[in-house]
Design a protein around this ligand. Structure first.
Ligand code: SF4
Length: 386
């Protein structure tokens, strides 16, 4: 199957959030022009590789590229490119690919970058979905996270997007924040639901070394609710959002009917996808590749017309099986097991971690929310006992 999905990584952020260990480029002024020159150079490399892939009879065996079904500008903070910058990125994409009718075109945005002028340009360029990094509606929490927005700007951003015609809006929220912040998770969920988003992505706070959060933890300055608190908030989110009409369709993602992220769903079904930008990952159906992560190195290589791929991995049959188990179990689609009575299944069902249905060729195993809390270990077990 040829790739119909393109991810573009935009690494810029105004400052680093306290919990973030992503490879980003902190810039007070976003170097839009130099980024665009480099991105256009990389897109040519992506096209050459894509053309070689579709001519490969084992993978696609086609003469021409397919139209893209999804384009996703992620980061970092793509909204730091402003209206004209995002439009230029999408123009560069259209220089090489057609976009399918109804293609999903997503931009990740911070609420404080959302304004009428920028959004009108995004819409004119074809953007029809925005993923807003809300994180929490608690202002003390936002300050503690070193976010650049306040809670009022979240509602304002949603209203600007709607007025411009973008109603496919996803909100990111973070749970399992330390108690001392005084954030109420049920209150955050309620305020998110009140904004009527079509999609929500929830992430549990993790303490990474080499971040301000990691240093605070080393000094004993933060106390999280532990595993129990994490599990409780995850399950509260499942119950609250399900009651509000959201489908919990992937371990971290909830959508109103028909509003699942088509781009991210492509990753979870194991189809090929293209990617450009520092640290971006791509998959051609046989080989996974990843780019150099540092913006400066990515720029340096492209300035010399050199390759930016830092590494690649050809998936073995064992890799494919592990991936199929992990990707299937993380979604509500589940994982098809050929053995009608795999040895682990009864224990999982008794523990309330999984449900099953009989499917063509085997039994389809779906994790419950309590099963999703153990996703990594259950997926490892399932792939070791197919
Ligand atoms: S905006 Fe996102 S990518 Fe940028 S520093 Fe914050 S968490 Fe990291």
């Amino acid at each position: 199957m040829p790739a119909r999905h393109l991810y573009i990584h935009v690494p810029f952020c105004a400052r680093r959030c306290s919990y973030c260990d992503f490879s980003i480029a902190v810039r007070s002024v976003t170097p839009i022009d130099e980024y665009l020159v480099a991105l256009r150079a990389e897109l040519k490399q992506v096209v050459e590789r894509d053309d070689a892939t579709i001519r490969n009879p084992r993978i696609a065996g086609k003469a021409t590229r397919d139209a893209l079904e999804t384009v996703y500008l992620g980061g970092g903070t793509p909204s730091r490119l402003g209206g004209a910058g995002v439009a230029s990125v999408l123009a560069a994409v259209r220089d090489h690919w057609q976009l399918a009718r109804g293609a999903e075109i997503t931009v990740e945005a911070n609420p404080d970058d959302v304004n009428d002028i920028a959004v009108s340009k995004w819409v004119a360029a074809g953007v029809n979905r925005v993923s807003l990094g809300a994180q929490t509606f608690n202002d003390a929490g936002l300050q503690w996270m070193h976010r650049t927005h306040n809670s009022a700007q979240i509602a304002r951003a949603v209203s600007i997007l709607r007025r411009a015609g973008i109603d496919n809006i996803s909100l990111d929220l973070i749970f399992s924040l330390p108690d001392h912040i005084g954030r109420s998770w049920p209150d955050d969920l309620k305020r998110a639901i009140d904004l009527d988003p079509s999609h929500l992505s929830l992430y549990g706070l993790t303490v990474e070394p080499m971040t301000p959060l990691g240093k605070w933890a080393d000094r004993g300055q933060i106390v999280q609710g532990g595993e129990e608190g994490y599990e409780e908030e995850f399950l509260v989110a499942h119950d609250t959002l399900s009651a509000a009409g959201f489908e919990h369709y992937e371990v971290s993602n909830f959508a109103k009917p028909g509003k699942r992220s088509r781009h991210n769903s492509a990753y979870w079904t194991g189809v090929p996808y293209l990617a450009a930008g520092p640290s971006a990952h791509s998959f051609d159906g046989e080989v996974r590749r990843w780019n150099v992560a540092a913006y400066a190195e990515w720029m340096r290589r492209l300035a010399k017309a050199g390759p930016v791929v830092a590494g690649e991995e050809r998936l073995t049959p064992d890799n494919r099986l592990s991936e199929a188990a992990y990707l299937g179990l993380r979604t509500s689609t589940g994982f098809l097991v050929r053995d009608p009575d795999p040895p682990y299944l009864r224990a999982w069902q008794d523990a309330g971690w999984a449900s099953t249905t009989t499917d063509e060729g085997g039994v389809r195993v779906r994790l419950t929310p309590t099963g999703w809390l153990r996703l990594d270990s259950l997926a490892a077990y399932a792939s070791a006992s197919p």
